[in-house]
Design a binder for this molecule. Structure first.
Ligand code: PEP
Ligand code: MN
Length: 363
């Protein structure tokens, strides 16, 4: 095992053992002075584990700041020497991977725009063959779990042992309080698919502003993410990219102080009370399943009746009555109208599908 592999293995162990794992640093490396002063200030908070900085920036429109490029890599090396913090950057093509490796960058991540492009991911994966550093994969900008999964598969197939996932929210058109909607359910599904991978939340790119950061970080902590990646800059308002969402290193310390950390015990349990509540939920889910199954059996019987009496499956009047009745009840039960509509629409669609198959069954 060479020295580089030894250092990387230790880093991998460190990432796995520390909860929460904090990655912080500027959106972009701008000048040597900015990188070093950010790193020194961040390292004063012992909760910070990794220094991040963008060297090549994927920008939507040309003519904006596209990163300092490879000249910034020695600045990161120097920041690591001074603080002991491992350094992480985004890579988007084979040349960037090579430059990162030749400058001893400790961790690379694949940005949201690259994850959305299988050609880019494959090129990065090929360039990483035979390399042993952690590779983190941001979710694609569009809410497509197959693209995210495909990227994980390509990177794993290249032999990378330490793959991590970064949830940075998904693009959705129109007004939204977030720059990228979190769509927590998608992230949870990805975690279900890959329970063994490191799972990091990136509140900065979800929020797009400083004001919502704590709230989003708290949700991530409550959902037991392994780590947080938060953009931090010594003078956020004058940052060359993503100025609105960056916070000073002191601001980061305050944010981390304000978070209510969930206790996770050695066997991954949060605490006894939570297990009890989860058991109750599991029992109720079982009951819901049994009720749903009974309900569908009755739908089948209705299907048989409709077939015998040559009635149409969809009876709009009846369905509107059902929804009205449920909507009134749900108010009393403090269930949101939107949720009840989605839930019963799904049940109704399944009923129709079942009745259809009863009616069309050849006997
Ligand atoms: C970044 O981390 O600065 C970045 C460009 O992120 P994303 O790929 O999530 O947009
Ligand atoms: Mn950024």
């Amino acid at each position: 095992m060479n020295v580089k592999q030894q250092r990387t293995l230790t880093l991998e162990e460190k990432i796995r053992s520390k909860r929460p794992f904090i990655i912080a640093g500027p959106c972009s490396a701008e000048t040597e002075e900015q990188v070093i002063s950010t790193a020194l200030q961040l390292s004063r908070d012992s909760r910070v584990d990794v220094l991040r900085a963008g060297i090549w920036k994927p920008r939507t429109r040309p003519g904006t700041f596209e990163g300092v490029g490879a000249i910034g890599l020695p600045w990161l090396q120097r920041a690591r020497e001074l603080t002991g913090l491992p350094v992480a950057i985004e890579v988007a093509n084979a040349r960037q991977v090579e430059e990162a490796l030749s400058h001893g960058i400790d961790i690379v991540w694949i940005g949201a725009r690259s994850t959305a492009n299988p050609f880019s991911v494959q090129e990065i994966a090929d360039a990483l063959k035979g390399v042993n550093i952690p590779v983190w994969i941001k979710n694609p900008i569009n809410p497509d779990l197959e693209l995210w999964t495909g990227a994980v598969e390509r990177i794993q197939q290249s032999g990378i042992q330490s793959v991590g996932l970064i949830h940075r929210g998904f693009h959705s058109y129109g007004d939204n309080e977030y720059r990228n909607t979190p769509m927590w359910n998608l992230a949870i599904e990805m975690r279900r698919r890959y329970p063994e991978l490191i799972f990091i939340n990136d509140p900065s790119h979800i929020c797009g502003n400083r004001y919502l950061l704590t709230e989003v970080a708290q949700t991530a902590v409550d959902l037991a993410y392994d780590g947080l990646m938060i953009e931090s800059h010594p003078d956020p308002d004058h940052a060359w990219s993503d100025a609105a969402q960056q916070i000073t290193p002191d601001g980061l310390t305050q944010l981390l102080d304000n978070i209510h950390w969930v206790k996770v015990s050695e066997n991954g349990e949060i605490d006894g009370r939570l297990s009890q509540l989860r058991e109750q939920i599991d029992r109720m889910d079982d009951q819901l399943l049994q009720l749903l199954s009974r309900r569908m059996e009755i739908s089948d019987e209705i299907g048989t009746y409709k077939k015998e009496h040559k009635l149409s499956i969809l009876q709009m009047k009846r369905w509107n009555e059902i929804m009205e009745r449920l909507s009134d009840k749900s108010k009393i039960l403090r269930l949101s109208d939107e949720f009840i509509h989605q839930y019963f629409n799904a049940i109704h669609m399944e009923s129709i599908r079942r009745q259809n198959s009863v009616i069309n069954k050849k006997v």
